[in-house]
Design a protein around this ligand. Structure first.
Ligand code: TXA
Ligand code: MG
Length: 363
């Protein structure tokens, strides 16, 4: 693996120059991990079946889980979607409003795509990332890039180059280090149905944002916050985003969250059945940590800025879950956020999956 650091460089011509070799590798069938505004992606030429297969092997990803194809310019859509079918007018509106950005649209798949990109699916997920490094790499490669998150299947997505290296270091040809990802949770995956738009995976582009651009109702897939419903996005049925530690989430009033967390810790201490010693970790707003006097070891406690807590939680969640695993935590206690507002939906959806449903609202 060759690792190339381009952190802080934003100028397109300079980036394209620096990324010439990895882009060439990508075009010729190599695997290149690269930063996007959401999480790091594991990229391969979406038109080359051999290359796409390497993604599934490297990640140990189930073969029936389709990939998202990334483009840098509108005209690349030609290589990706079936142009004999007219583009849905709402799809065009959404592209204009949110591309480049963290919105993946499911569109009729074109015949040139490698079959493994969308196994058994007539639709393909497409997005134009809003990260200078991703865009320069794709533009320089000159081909659409199939890229799932660059984690080993089932693990939290990587939001730093070190996290990619920890999971896939031996498997990729190039790792492009562009610094930490600004959003931190994956893109919104949206399906346009005849009467509605359905969010199969909540992400950086929120329900409110989508609803402001199109007329039809914008609904969530039933499994977004409910473990008993079958997921519509094939990938959402697998154990996901999960660290080794158990994750527990409470949201609601701060006093009630504090009380519930303390009761939980106390219960664990008093439970004779459990012979494992609990090593707790905490993620909460800094004012909550101060106000209630939480003082776990530094490497197991994250006090995030309270004034934009939902965004901060999104940005740092996966990195913290990985760090807490390294610190030997057995249980991660998370101060949740309101899932009905903004990026809160995406964070709580990931927490829901990571905690296997251990999310509680406390009044
Ligand atoms: O932000 C992101 O979307 C990141 C970065 C790298 O762009 N990529 C990412 O890819 O999260 P991945 O493969 O980890 O997640 C793709 C999700 C999966 O849940 C998959 O099942 C769903 O999108 N998906 C992809 N194509 C689909 C299709 N044709 N029909 C239904 N769901 C699809
Ligand atoms: Mg993923």
């Amino acid at each position: 693996m060759q690792r190339l650091t381009v952190e802080g460089i934003r100028q397109e011509a300079q980036l394209r120059e620096m990324l010439r070799e990895p882009a060439q590798s990508l075009r010729r069938g190599g695997l290149v991990a690269f930063p996007t505004e959401t999480v790091y992606g594991l990229g391969a030429n979406a038109l080359v079946e051999e290359a796409v297969r390497r993604i599934f092997e490297a990640k140990e990803r189930p073969r029936d889980n389709p990939l998202i194809v990334h483009i840098a310019q509108d005209d690349q859509l030609r290589d990706v979607i079936d142009e004999s079918q007219p583009l849905h007018e709402d799809a065009v509106r959404l592209m204009r409003a949110f591309w480049p950005g963290p919105l993946t649209l499911l569109l009729p798949a074109g015949a040139r795509l490698a079959p493994s990109v969308h196994p058994g699916q007539p639709l393909v997920g497409v997005r134009m990332p809003d990260h200078p490094v991703a865009r320069a790499l794709i533009a320089e490669a000159g081909v659409p890039v199939a890229a799932p998150s660059a984690n080993r299947s089932g693990r939290p997505s990587p939001t730093t180059a070190d996290d990619v290296e920890a999971d896939l270091g031996g498997q990729v040809d190039w790792l492009i280090d562009g610094g930490p990802c600004p959003i931190g949770v994956e893109s919104t995956v949206l399906l346009l149905e005849p009467d509605c738009a359905r969010i199969l995976r909540p992400g950086g582009v929120t329900q409110e944002m989508i609803a402001s651009v199109i007329d039809r109702p914008v609904l969530y897939a039933a499994d977004a916050f409910d473990a008993s419903s079958a997921p519509l996005a094939p990938g959402m049925k697998y154990r996901h985003y999960a660290p080794n530690a158990r994750v527990h989430v409470w949201w609601g009033a701060p006093e009630a969250i504090d009380e519930a967390m303390r009761a939980f810790l106390l219960d664990a201490v008093q439970d004779d059945e459990v012979d494992e010693v609990m090593v707790p970790a905490l993620i909460a707003p800094d004012d909550f940590v101060r106000r209630f006097g939480w003082a776990l070891a530094d490497e197991r406690q994250a006090a995030l800025p309270a004034d934009a807590y939902a965004e901060e939680l999104a940005r740092h969640l996966y990195r913290l879950l990985r760090a807490f695993d390294r610190a030997g935590a057995t249980d991660v206690l998370v101060h949740g956020v309101d899932p009905t507002h903004g990026v809160g939906a995406a964070v709580m959806n990931r927490l829901y999956k990571a905690s296997a449903g251990r999310v509680r609202w406390v009044g």
